[in-house]
Ligand binder design. Structure first.
Ligand code: AMP
Ligand code: TRP
Length: 329
């Protein structure tokens, strides 16, 4: 069976970008593939070097994964820092990764701009750690949002390079997976590019009903079209993208038609989006509350996940040591 791996950093609550970009795929894939999902707590140190409370952030994401429908019986869930073998593979990948190519990664350049006082080596080698997470499991498919495409290319590059350097056919090149057959980029409620924690434009899975409605009703729009079949400005295109994700293609087509006829009322469209968002989120919200108060269950899931991941990781590391020529331990 094809293997699947993916993870998210515990740097805040999950939002609709995470849901439609990644977690919805996780839930779908667990029935058809050999999946494992994890919480990338080491990665979070690249942007949050002194985490306030890493343990509770990890549990937050775990509760949210479970609330979205990931079933640990089908797909083990583990915490990245529980599986130390990843570090060894990270080290080997770092040795074959070059400064120039790491510096050219867009998300690295973006972080240099955003946190000029903390351009740490972990940020630079972020793609190496991510590749270690993936190659460790010999994953075939990795469900991620569009923004991870370059990191995925790096993972493929590192896999190829390892094989070439050691003259083996060992690592597979992992493919990105999108549930909708094309990369998903969920726009922010402020009409700008991407919904993201640091942008302050998110709808969180744990937002209550009133907050959901308020945020959507306040989503940025314009004065409306002034010509028939007018091309949509970015903010409106983004609203339609969100509408299609929340209310479905038929609803988005219906409002698109009204837009083209200059009869659209954004308020009506948003009302439907808010209602559909609440229908989607109400049960998730309820389950987040239930899971997050069941500490014993969360601990058990993390322990079992770590065991399953470590077993696989240990096998990979033994083989990699053998390929490179280190002693068997
Ligand atoms: P992050 O929240 O940046 O740690 O991302 C975690 C996962 O969610 C990654 O797979 C991202 O690609 C995905 N993701 C985050 N925000 C978005 C977004 N606005 N659109 C699509 N995918 C996203
Ligand atoms: N880079 C991913 C993000 O920001 C998180 C991540 C770390 C990841 N390691 C991974 C995703 C391995 C998929 C596979 O969201």
């Amino acid at each position: 069976m094809e293997r699947v791996i993916s993870g998210i950093r515990p740097t805040g609550n999950l939002h609709l970008g995470n849901y439609f970009g990644a977690v919805k795929s996780f839930v779908k894939m667990q029935d058809e593939y050999d999946c494992m999902f994890f919480i990338a707590d080491w990665h979070s140190l690249t942007t949050h070097p002194t985490p306030e409370n890493i343990r509770s952030s990890v549990k937050t994401i775990l509760s949210e994964y479970l609330a979205c429908g990931i079933d640990p019986e089908k797909a083990p869930i583990y915490v990245q820092s529980d599986v130390k073998q990843v570090l060894e593979l990270y080290l080997y990948l770092n040795m074959n990764a070059y400064l120039g190519e790491l510096e050219r990664v867009t998300s690295f350049k973006e972080k240099v701009r955003k946190q000029p006082d903390n351009v740490n080596a972990g940020l630079l080698t972020y793609p190496c750690l991510m590749a270690a997470d993936i190659l460790m499991h010999k994953a075939d498919k990795v469900p991620v949002g569009k923004d991870q495409e370059q990191n995925m290319e790096m993972a493929r590059l590192f896999a190829r390079r390892f094989n070439r350097i050691y003259n083996v056919e060992y690592f597979k090149e992992p493919a990105s997976f999108y549930f909708a057959d094309k990369a998903v980029k969920v726009p922010g409620l402020d009409g700008t590019g991407k919904m993201g924690k640091s942008e302050g434009n998110c709808l969180y899975l744990c937002d209550d009903e009133k907050t959901v409605t308020k945020k959507i009703m306040r989503a940025v729009t314009d004065q409306g079209p002034t010509q028939l079949n007018q091309e949509k400005p970015e903010v409106i295109q983004n609203l339609f993208t969100l509408c299609e994700l929340l209310s479905g293609k038929e609803a988005a087509d219906y409002y698109n038609d009204l837009y083209n006829r200059m009869e659209i009322r954004y308020g009506d469209m948003k009302k439907q989006m808010a209602a559909d968002a609440n229908t989607l989120l109400a049960p998730i919200r309820e389950r987040i509350l239930a899971y997050s108060s069941d500490d014993a269950l969360l601990e058990k899931i993390m322990r079992q996940g770590a065991e399953a991941a470590a077993e696989r990781a240990e096998k990979t590391i033994e083989e990699v040591r053998e390929i490179i020529g280190f002693r068997k331990i």
